[in-house]
Design a protein around this ligand. Structure first.
Ligand code: NAD
Length: 497
């Protein structure tokens, strides 16, 4: 019997037998390693009720108490980060060093909210009117639902959960059913750090669990990350039910290479950002826009680097691991077929690649297309795999036109030696996160992460200052204490005097 991954509710694992379960794979071997419980609506409602109960105390917990828990959690996460990285690799497939990198980026978000007493400070105006003072406070929104994707099973929960908890909320986390173990590991660390039971709960499952979170009136805010169609659905359903929602969606990230760029730097960046995590990153570069005349030389340099990549089991020190499931590998592979059929030039073919790993792993090697057209499905669709497309354009203006016509707007990078050109690009491009000679411009924890257009639905970006704002409601209090000069009825509209 394989192990069953269970819901974590009010500080313990739910020991009931689930009506539905899903399979969890080791993508490098293709073996089913675990089963995961799929929550019914009643399971989600029970977890939300426990969160609501815990919220009563936690929202009133002093800032000193909250920051003690956050500091303790930071220490535990740091101590046990290699264990967590191993859990990620075993279910996601990304190589161990990459898994360690995602935990590190998650840790930085915890460190940011260790300063919660400062982040939650309000304002105070003495004598806004004569003997009348005004102050503002930020209070928690209540029970928060967090729904995360498979590609960052630790980092994305750590974008939201620490912020929400630090602001005094209680959380129900629904991680991806494809790699659910990291969430349970993290939840247990929170308990060890002293977080009261019920402040963080984990329910596992699929659309049924997501729909239950969106329908439950006790859930006041939802943070979602996943593909664009689901993000749009979650945003529309959640806001339709009166909730505050931030829903981060899919991406098509372009890297523009201008004629004056350092082409070795650009080729290194394109390969690192295109094939890291087998292209299963929302900030992966999937389209290189080569401005004439750099195309031939750039494609040759990219192909030369790709030929040296070692694909295999992420635990063996390889450069690139497998895809997350067989179904996803087949879907990505079908895009390679479609690219060939549409007439793009296949420079490197990852189908049928030899790997350093088991035969039944979900493999697909790095693939490079040149002379890709903007009407081809390998360009229009988010493939989310190790497939890099090169588009050739005659000028900077043509490159910008391609970028701004694309419905996604998550991340982009420009490679150039010209400060003026880079500055112009940063100003003109309709994308939320921009790198200048930096291929994956994920903002540090004290800024906020988020795309534009179909890459984000809602007003608030993730973590950083936007996270604090999203998980709190402001209240403004106007105060007058009676003093000896007070007196008299006045029916006029209150004005400052
Ligand atoms: P996904 O949309 O399939 O799943 C995301 C979450 O939604 C999971 O928890 C899943 O169980 C749930 N879900 C799936 N289908 C659903 C449905 N029909 N109704 C309700 N809930 C549903 O995404 P994924 O494959 O897990 O992750 C990859 C996607 O996430 C890519 O599109 C990637 O670009 C995107 N992503 C975006 C960001 C970002 O910051 N913008 C970050 C990471 C990943």
């Amino acid at each position: 019997m394989t192990e069953l991954i269970r819901h974590w509710v009010a500080g313990k694992f739910d020991d009931t037998i689930p009506q539905r379960t899903g399979e969890v794979f080791d993508p490098a071997t293709g073996a089913v390693t675990k089963q995961v419980a799929f929550a019914a609506e009643s399971d989600v409602d029970a977890a939300v009720a426990k969160a609501a109960e815990a919220l009563k105390e936690w929202r009133r917990a002093s800032l000193a108490k909250r920051s003690n828990v956050l500091f303790a959690f930071r220490e535990l996460l740091n101590e046990r980060k290699s264990e967590l990285a191993e859990i990620i690799t075993a279910e996601h497939g990304k190589v161990l060093s990459d898994a360690a990198g995602e935990v590190q980026r998650g840790l930085e978000n915890v460190e940011y909210v260790c300063g919660i007493p400062n982040l939650l400070r309000g304002g105070f105006s003495e004598n806004a009117s004569t003997s009348v003072d005004v102050h503002s406070v930020r209070q928690p929104v209540g029970v928060v639902g967090v729904i995360s994707p498979f590609n960052f099973p630790a980092m994305v929960p750590l974008w939201f959960v620490p912020n929400a908890i630090a602001c005094g909320n209680a959380v129900v986390l629904k991680p991806s059913e494809k790699d659910p173990s990291a969430a349970n590991f993290i939840a247990q660390l929170w308990q060890e750090a002293g977080l009261p039971d019920g402040v963080l709960n984990v329910v596992h499952g699929d659309k049924v669990a997501v729909d239950a979170l969106l329908a439950n009136p006790t859930v006041k805010a939802v943070s979602f990350v996943g593909s664009t169609p689901v993000a749009r659905y979650v945003y529309e359903t959640g806001t339709g039910n009166g909730k505050r929602v931030q829903a981060l969606g899919g991406a098509k990230n372009h890297m523009v290479v201008l004629p004056d760029a350092d082409l070795d730097l650009a080729a290194d960046a394109a390969v690192s950002a295109g094939f890291g995590s087998a292209g299963e990153r929302c900030m992966a570069i999937s389209a290189v826009v080569a401005v004439d005349p750099v195309g031939d030389e750039l494609v040759a340099k990219i192909a030369e680097r790709m030929a040296k990549l070692n694909v295999g089991d992420g635990r063996r020190g390889c450069d690139m691991g497998p895809l997350v499931t067989a179904a996803h590998r087949d879907r990505v592979s079908s895009y390679v077929d479609a690219g060939v059929a549409a007439g793009a030039e296949l420079v490197m073919d990852g189908r049928g690649i030899e790997v350093d790993g088991a035969d039944d792993g979900f493999w697909l090697g790095p693939t490079l297309f040149d002379r890709v057209g903007t009407d081809m499905s390998i360009y229009t669709d988010e493939i989310f795999g190790p497939v890099l497309s090169v588009l050739r354009v005659p000028s900077y203006d043509a490159a910008l036109e391609v970028l701004n016509a694309n419905p996604y707007g998550n991340g982009t990078a420009i490679f150039t030696q010209s400060g003026g050109a880079a500055r112009q690009y940063c100003e003109e491009v309709e994308v939320g996160m921009v790198g200048v000679n930096v291929p994956i411009p994920v903002p540090v924890s004290y800024y906020s992460f988020g795309g534009w257009k179909d890459s984000l639905f809602g007003d608030a970006h993730a973590y950083g200052p936007d996270g604090i704002q999203f998980y709190t409601r402001t209240k403004v209090v106007t105060t007058r204490w009676p003093d000896p000069s007070h007196g008299g009825v006045d029916l006029g509209f209150p004005q400052s005097t």
